[in-house]
Design a protein around this ligand. Sequence first.
Ligand SMILES: *Cc1c(COP(=O)(O)O)cnc(C)c1O
Length: 269
Amino acid sequence: MAEDMQINPQRAKQLAENVASISSRISAASKGGQQVRLIAVSKLKPANDILSLHQSPNPLHTHFGENYVQELLEKSKLLPRSIRWHMIGGLQSNKCKQLAEQIPNLWCVSSVDSEKKANELEKGRKALLEKQEDAAKLRIMVQVNTSGEEAKSGVEPSDALSLCQHVVDKCPHLQLTGLMTIGAIARSKETTPENENEDFVCLRETRDKVAKELGWEEGRLELSMGMSSDFEGAIGQGSSEVRVGSDIFGERPLKKDAVVKDAAAEEKS
Ligand SMILES: *Cc1c(COP(=O)(O)O)cnc(C)c1O
């Protein structure tokens, strides 16, 4: 449990400074009343790092993003229930039910790209709500493949509406909250406040169309776009949520070298 997980004070200080610096860059990039949520992407980083940023009674940060179901399940068991988890990585249908049922504080799944996956998430959250009435509906975002790259997951922009409609009509235990894209790396690197990113233009246009067809106000569908290399540009183009990993936690280890509990950090502190 979190109580016996050690925190390295130097590491904790560094992480807190990194989050503060990203947060002030977010504020500087956002206009007027634009609210932008920061997801700290902690995939492949130890649970100790997350706890460093989320210590009671006054946690510095609450929204964390993970990419792998098994890793998220393990971390969610070790860490406080007050964390709001976001599953942002590629989904497999056969793990969706478990994901939605076993992590009550899973706040959002941002990478839904098929009716089958939506249906499995629906089953899982329905089962959780039957056991635990105070649990919330599971927020979901539809991932859109805005760059047309074969290796990227996500629905084609022209298929976003029918998947959104499916969630709204057929998944009463899910709540559609927005659209998400990753985009092409090359475009991401060229994104500046002056140089619009085509992937972000595409996501915004897709959102506007979907909202119109659903008869919703545009603001009811969030835009999750922007990562370490391009979040300021994404905010300039209307992002409501940025997902920042390496600029907060540093470079990630290879998946095979990743550890959920950092024993070295425990010995040092
Ligand atoms: C890893 C990841 C991020 C964070 O990327 P950084 O470049 O480290 O900020 C954001 N979104 C998704 C979907 C990711 O998989």
